[in-house]
Design a protein around this ligand. Structure first.
Ligand SMILES: [Zn+2]
Length: 118
């Protein structure tokens, strides 16, 4: 995949995990971190910041590594992927996070659209 696509996907997956962690692990000990994105052993000069609990950091590490190693030029939806890179329990966990944060974001957009403020 292109660098742009890789950066976009890495940022998206982190954003989703961050939303999930903010909501679900409010009381967990969190670590601030910075990841300099690399792809195919090249530095991309893009940094992503996170504030995640240990569990979510691990989830991000797995997702990020899988994304780096994704053999597809255009990454298909993981559900339809012919060569899934996630171990089954990991994939289920990531899918749960994506679903949760995706719905939450959809809701936020809808609220903005309808001009309903919290
Ligand atoms: Zn967390």
């Amino acid at each position: 995949m292109s660098d742009e696509k890789f950066i976009h996907d890495a940022q998206t997956v982190l954003k989703f995990i961050q939303i999930y962690c903010n909501d679900k692990h409010k009381d967990a000990v969190k670590t601030d971190g910075l990841e300099k994105l690399t792809y195919q052993n090249r530095a991309l000069h893009v940094e992503v910041k996170f504030n995640l609990c240990e569990e979510c950091k691990k989830t991000f590490d797995i997702s990020y590594r899988n994304l780096q190693e994704c053999p597809h030029s255009e990454k298909p939806s993981c559900r339809k992927c012919p060569s899934p890179c996630y171990e089954r329990p990991d994939w289920k966990h990531v899918a749960k996070i994506m679903k949760y944060s995706g719905m939450k974001q959809g809701l936020t957009k809808l609220k903005k659209f309808l001009k309903i403020t919290k």
